[in-house]
Design a protein around this ligand. Structure first.
Ligand SMILES: [Zn+2]
Length: 65
């Protein structure tokens, strides 16, 4: 399940920060992106939601270092 993450290491710096933000998410019984109910161990209802969420996180957390 972590293959998607590791295959997207093109942009190393932003990819790392996004991964960190991603890892900080706790399963809450609903999709973090669309709030659709999911299993308690899941954070997103689908890979699309995970991708979209991470894309937003990346643009959201873009700040000059
Ligand atoms: Zn979703």
């Amino acid at each position: 399940m972590s293959e998607a993450n590791e295959s997207k290491t093109a942009s190393s710096a932003s990819g790392l920060s996004a991964l960190t933000a991603f890892a900080g998410l706790k399963p809450k019984g609903a999709c973090w992106y669309c709030n659709q109910p999911v299993d308690n161990v899941r954070r997103f209802c689908s890979k699309d939601c995970a991708d979209d969420y991470r894309t937003e996180e990346e643009s959201f957390s873009t700040r000059p270092v």
